[in-house]
Every structure is written in C-alpha cells, then in structure tokens.
Write a protein that binds this ligand. Sequence first.
Ligand code: NDP
Length: 337
Amino acid sequence: NRQMVLASRPFGAPTADNFNLVQSEKPTPKAGEVLLRTVFLSLDPYMRGRMNDAKSYADPVALNEVMVGGSVCRVEQSNHDDYKIGDWVVAFGGWQDYSVINGSELLKLDSNMVKPSHALGVLGMPGLTAYMGLLDIGQPKAGDTVVVAAATGAVGSLVGQIAKLKGCKVVGIAGGETKCKYAVETLGFDHCLDHKSENLAEQLAEVCSSGIDVYFENVGGKVFDAVMPLLNSCARIPLCGLISQYNATELPSGPDRLSLLMGTLLVKRIKMQGFIVFDDYGHRYNEFSEQMVKWLMAGEIKYKEHMIDGLENSVSAFIGLLKGENFGKLVVRVGPD
Ligand code: NDP
C-alpha cells in the first residue's frame, strides 16, 4: 500500500520535500468497515491549509500522516451490509492506494455512472460549492453582472455557467489567454480577462460598464482589488476561497485597505458571506445533484477534467494547482478501474 505522507510543513509554497511516498501493509477492515482501493484521487486547494499547523475549520494533517483527500474507490472487501465487492464509492480516503473506512461514512455511486471521477468534481464537492455559493449566497437575478475568478477551474467554471443559465452577464477572470478563450468560446461566458495582464482593473471596468452585482470570490489579492471599486449597491459576495493567499507567509504589503473595504461594504450595503461547503450545505446535496444531472444530460453544463496518472505524480500536480498549472478539475488516476 503506497501512501503519500506529510514529511514536513511548508513555509510558503510547498515543495516535493514536504511529502514522502512510503509503503505500508494493506489494512484490514474491522466490523462495519470496508476496504477500499483508490481509483481516483481529488486534488483541491484546501489541502494547502491542512499542511499548516494552524487552527482552521478542520484539523491539520499530522507529520508523517497520510495526506487527506476525497477519492473515488472500488470496494475490495466489505464488513458492512450496504456494500459489496466491486461497488463504486466516494470516500475521504486520502493520498494512498488502500484505505479502510466505516461504511456509514461512504457514499455509494450508481454502478451505471459513466464517469465515476465526476463525483469528485461537477457532481461532487466543487459542484455543490459552485451551486450553493452562487445561488444561496450570491442570489443572482436575470440581467445581473456576475464576476468569477479562477474561472476555468473546478468551481469557477460551474459558477459562470450556472449564472449564464440564470440569465446573467458573466465575466470570468483567469490566468492566460488559453483559459480565457476557453471560458468564452466553450463555457459561454460573455468576457474573460487575464489576471496576469498589466491593466486588469481598467479592462474589468470596461466590460462591467454597469458595475458588478455578484462577485464569486475564489482568489483574493489583486483580483479583489480590481473588483472592489466596481461593486454595485447591494452587491453579494460569496466568499469561497482566497487561493492567491494560501502560500503567503506575511500580510500583503501596504497601504492597509481594510478600512476602505469596510467603508465600501457599509455605504454600498454589500453582503459578503464566507461558507464551508459541507458544513453549510452538505444536507442539500440531493437538491443540487438532481439539478446538475439534468443540466449535464441536456448538455447545458460543460465540464473539463485535468487527469494525471499515478500517485507518485500527485505532489507535482498539487504544487502546480497553487500556481494555476491545472486546466480543469485536477484528478489523479491512482489505479485501474
Ligand atoms: P481550481 O480548479 O480553480 O484551481 C485553482 C486555480 O486557482 C488555478 O488553476 C488558478 O487559475 C487559480 N490561482 C492559483 N493561484 C492564483 C493566484 N495567485 N492568483 C489568481 N489565481 C490563482 O480550484 P477549485 O475550483 O477547486 O477551487 C477554487 C477556489 O474555491 C479555491 O480558493 C478553493 O479553496 C475554494 N473552495 C472553497 C470551498 C468552500 O467550501 N469554501 C470548497 C471548494 C473550493 P488561473 O490559472 O485561472 O489563475
């Protein structure tokens, strides 16, 4: 059983030295437990936070413990009545070939599911995040201007497409020409701007000529600086992620803009609300998945996976995720179907 463990805690961007691939015995399931073989492992930005020894909404990964992560697995041995050998399940199995998990903590997938890995993306955690963050907190109305950053990623690509389905004008912000072209030509966004360009703020002001009604925040930093002056009265900001800050080792350089932000929120009566998807919306998964399945079957939502092969390549892929090297939902194929 190969396991990717946290060897040391990063200072700034993680490096390969922070991880170690070790071998261990295949675990044995006890009563009520199931032995799972990982087929697909999801790599997600929140994992960077788990590498820090800091209090957050979830505990950090301990040193020399297996990195945590969502996975799609095959049942290899079962001591739980609801599961039999060969079943596809979604688990929180971590970066390893095999895991043992109590059957009560698993979600069984339909055996006819064409792409089981989609349970880690469009039909899983990122999909639920996009759907609930946008619709429940963002409250988009037809005609609104919705801006979303990390626009071609797992969450952002869905936020923009759902906003289009609700009749909004959608402006994406992404890294580089290829991603921006994809957001407009394939995902159907009205515009997509490159956050690496010199004059993002001017370009954004030009395409958001009626201001911004909903800003779905995935990124923070310079992108938020460009968005803030354009927010309309009563704008909504689902505060989903701040990936540009995850590797930061100190506060951003001055001047301090906190009072500017608070003044803007006050006088424009803006609602900015953070959320943690499973804590806030886990109980609404079925409502989301019913709708998303319909949209997918009708061809109204496009979904792109960035699939890489081999557990041993998960470290470089994860490091790349924090630098924008992924194009679509990042998934590792750990073993054969
Ligand atoms: P993505 O698939 O979008 O991948 C991350 C992307 O972030 C990169 O491809 C890159 O896109 C962008 N990025 C990375 N570094 C920077 C930077 N310095 N400045 C600007 N953009 C950057 O990831 P997800 O869709 O899985 O996650 C998107 C966000 O949603 C993250 O912040 C994540 O933490 C958050 N999240 C929050 C949840 C919650 O419950 N609150 C649940 C799930 C996700 P590009 O090349 O376009 O810049």
